[in-house]
Each structure stands twice: as C-alpha cells, then as structure tokens.
Ligand binder design. Sequence first.
Ligand SMILES: NC(=O)c1ccc[n+]([C@@H]2O[C@H](COP(=O)([O-])OP(=O)(O)OC[C@H]3O[C@@H](n4cnc5c(N)ncnc54)[C@H](OP(=O)(O)O)[C@@H]3O)[C@@H](O)[C@H]2O)c1
Length: 265
Amino acid sequence: MTEITGRTAIWGILADPIHHVKTPQALNSLMQERGVDGVLIPFHVGADDLTALVSGLKAMRNLKGFVVTVPHKTAIVDLCDDVSKQARAIGAVNTVRREADGRLVGEMLDGAGFVAGLRENGIEPRGRRIYLAGAGGAANAIAFALAEAGVSLLTIANRTLSKSEDLRQRLAENHPSVPVEIGTGDPSGHEIVVNATSLGLKEGDPLPLDVTRLTPDQTVAEIIMQPEVTALMAAARERGCRTHPGRPMLACQLELMAEFMEMRP
Ligand SMILES: NC(=O)c1ccc[n+]([C@@H]2O[C@H](COP(=O)([O-])OP(=O)(O)OC[C@H]3O[C@@H](n4cnc5c(N)ncnc54)[C@H](OP(=O)(O)O)[C@@H]3O)[C@@H](O)[C@H]2O)c1
C-alpha cells in the first residue's frame, strides 16, 4: 500500500459479515501496480444501519466509490441517486461511484464480469444458445449480460419456477429481441451451459443439471470458485465437454469495478 496522506483517495466495500471479503486485497494490489494514490477499506455495516452509513458516505469528499456485497446488493439500489437501466431491471447494484458533487451512481457488474471472463478465454456468447441453471442474484445479472451480449436463445432452469418466470418477464421487457425459454434439468441443444446456482460449493451438493445429457460439443461454465474444479466440471470433462471455471468472472469483474469507480493515478 502507498503511504496514506491527506491526498489519498478512499474506496470501500460494504458487507455483513465482512471478514471473508477478498476485494480489499485484490483492488489495493491493483492500485499499487497502477500507481494510484488510494486505498480500499472494509466498511462493516448491518442492514439496519445501511441508510445512515450511505448518507454519511455521500458527504465524504475524498470517497470515490464502494463495492457492495451480501446482504446489501438489493437495498442499495434505492439509496443511489442514479442506477443503470440494467441494474434497475436486475434489482441489484454491486458497485457505486461517488461523483464529485456527492451523487451516487450504481451499477451491477457480476454479469459483465462473467461475459468478459468467457471472452477472455475465447468463448463468445453472441449468437449462441445458452442454458442457464439458476435464477438467483448471480443468475439474474448473468442473464441480463448474456442478453446484452446478443445470445440467440437463453433457457432458464431454476428449482423455483416462479423465479424463472419473473426473470423471463424482466428480460422480455428489456431485451425483447432475445428469445427466452423456461427449461428443465436437461441442457441438451445448447452450445454453452452455465451453472449460476450455489450448487457445487459444498461437498455432497446435488449436481445443478442432468450431466448425462451433456455432449462433447458443449462448453460448461461455472460461477462457483471453490473448489476450482466442481463436481459439474469434472462430470462435464468426463463427457468430453470444454469447461470454464468460476474464477475469471471475479478477476474480470475487479477490472470492471476499478474502471467504473475511476481508480486511476
Ligand atoms: N465467480 C464469481 O465471481 C461469483 C460472483 C457472484 C456469486 N458467485 C457464486 O454464485 C453462487 C450463487 O450466488 P447468488 O447470489 O445467485 O445466490 P442466490 O441468490 O441465493 O441464488 C442461489 C441459486 O441457487 C439455487 N439453489 C440453491 N440451492 C439449491 C438446491 N438445493 N437445488 C436447486 N437449486 C438450488 C437457487 O434456486 P431457488 O431459486 O430455487 O432457491 C438459486 O437459483 C454463490 O455460491 C456464489 O459463491 C460467484
């Protein structure tokens, strides 16, 4: 970290709990590499105090922005002065930039990070048929980013059907040219298969989809980062599929966050 002086710019991350977050280490290293006179620090805040903290942060002139994570990604939307159309439709924000006049501008970068991670590894979603397992927070962000990327079909398969229906409705309103279907556990007929559920994080979790339907022409992408090779990825490899792990989504997102929050020298 550079020496902290009166000129040092401040960024933060809001979470509860907060001990496990890795964003401070990652973005402080990035700032050091780029010669940014800034520091990103953890702000531990509970849901009941979020409004009070955010109102204080608006008044903090050397604060440039903050990352928002569990459990505040939804509540922060209404506390921002401006939110991108996409983040509004998703109903969540994970990165906020504080403008010089104190206005807070929110964006959701989870999905953009996922798509950038695919592209960085030579996997282009444009024009592809995509199977998406999940309709939770991460799946919502990914679905909107895939629609934005111009996929030819998006099939959503989630345990709770009402959440798939709700996501399809919002996608139809915001991306009417992208065909969206509600799927089952069968991913066949899709070129890219994405696990955006939390299944795979814990040992013994059931698989998020029917792996016996996977074929070698498919790419199977994960968002679970730990373990590095999930049970789904192992099963997909056994069936001859190309696999894409969860980590690039985060790595690419850190870049996007730095850019959005203007972490520059
Ligand atoms: N790689 C990255 O950068 C990155 C970024 C963000 C999140 N993530 C990972 O993404 C995962 C999901 O996060 P989230 O914020 O989307 O969580 P979330 O909003 O709680 O959504 C969880 C999703 O998993 C499904 N699910 C959970 N347990 C299930 C079960 N037993 N059977 C079938 N479906 C089940 C849920 O289905 P229902 O709707 O039916 O409950 C829902 O679709 C987390 O594990 C997180 O670690 C990774």
